[in-house]
Design a protein around this ligand. Structure first.
Ligand SMILES: Nc1nc2c(ncn2[C@@H]2O[C@H](COP(=O)(O)OP(=O)(O)O)[C@@H](O)[C@H]2O)c(=O)[nH]1
Ligand SMILES: [Mg+2]
Length: 304
């Protein structure tokens, strides 16, 4: 396909098409190319060619979905997962980089993020997975519908309603990140805040920017952590210190469930178990298998 005389967007999309590693990515590139290619007669063949490729790829994806692939294909979902969503150029990839300290492709080109980018950040000692996915309308629907928490990034209020059709089906919790706080005047910010508090009451929101203070980053991470219905449980061996990394369990899990997560079948072999922390009456209290755990408990047990 001759790409000389094409727009810079076309050329960039074409280059990214050739470097693409997934059909989703190729489709996103082709969509830009189809939009950018001139509509006059001399490029008719080129348009046909693009449309044919596009249709083939779409058909491929539908076939894959039917055969049970799809969902979080290729992604090992962590116990706590959040996904950055929003329109292009609102600053999603920049937030990804702020949180994970990991490089991603950031550019003023509107469709830079084709493929989900995976990263991790920590709340205290608990790892949280974050994914940067393509912007609306090229977002990954199955990821949005299957994740725990959506980080919905906007840089103006109109985007909230425009995005409604993309997220209304999800069961995930949503945090609204009003980004680019740095370019807002105090009075603009006050107006936005008033709107968020009246019209968009349902959203848990935070203002953010590409140069956030440490306190701001911590505030965002805490907000995200609080959306997950989980508890962190530390384990220890008698006379030793507790584990550094907690195990992550669903809220209201029992001691039995915690031990089973460590090793299947082990709960039947427990001789004596003790607990420290929020669910204990006193440090070192002896508990039974059905004891309900709380966030930040430490458990210790001996087996027969
Ligand atoms: N002023 C300002 N610009 C930002 C901010 N965050 C990102 N940008 C710029 O917005 C553009 C798009 O950012 P990017 O993270 O790639 O957006 P994405 O398309 O949502 O992933 C880039 O030029 C960034 O430098 C911010 O907080 N303030
Ligand atoms: Mg991006």
């Amino acid at each position: 396909m001759a790409s000389t005389n094409q727009s810079p967007f076309y050329q960039k999309a074409e280059q990214e098409f050739h470097e693409a590693t997934s059909d989703e990515e190729r489709i996103a590139c082709l969509e830009i190319m189809m939009k950018e290619v001139p509509k006059h007669k001399s490029s008719e063949n080129m348009r046909k060619n693009l449309t044919n490729r596009y249709k083939k790829l779409k058909a491929n994806i539908i076939k894959q979905k039917k055969s049970g692939k799809g969902g979080q294909a290729g992604i090992k979902k962590a116990e706590m997962q959040c996904i950055l969503i929003g329109f292009s150029n609102v600053g999603k990839s920049t937030i990804f980089k702020t949180l994970t300290k990991q490089e991603v492709k950031i550019s003023p080109h509107p469709f830079t993020t084709y493929q989900p980018q995976l990263g991790t950040f920590y709340f205290e000692d608990a790892p949280i997975q974050i994914i940067d996915i393509p912007s609306f309308p090229n977002h990954d629907k199955s990821l949005i519908n299957s994740t725990d928490t959506l980080l919905f990034v906007v840089d103006n209020l109109e985007q909230i309603e425009k995005a409604e059709k993309y997220i209304y089906r999800t069961k995930a919790k949503v945090i609204l990140i009003y980004n680019k706080e740095d370019i807002l005047t105090e009075s603009e910010k006050r107006k936005i805040e008033a709107n968020l508090k009246s019209k968009y009451k349902k959203f848990n929101y935070i203002f953010f920017s590409n140069e956030p203070s440490r306190a701001k980053v911590d505030e965002l991470i805490k907000k995200i952590f609080e959306t997950f219905p989980i508890i962190r449980i530390y384990t220890k061996e008698p006379k030793k210190k507790a584990s550094k990394e907690p195990m992550i369990l669903k809220q209201n899990s029992t001691f039995k469930e915690a031990t089973e997560k460590i090793l299947k079948g082990i709960s039947g072999k427990i001789k004596r178990a003790r607990i420290w922390g929020p669910s204990s009456k006193f440090g070192g209290q002896i508990i039974g298998l059905e004891h309900i755990l709380k966030d930040k408990d430490t458990i210790e047990f001996q087996t027969k």
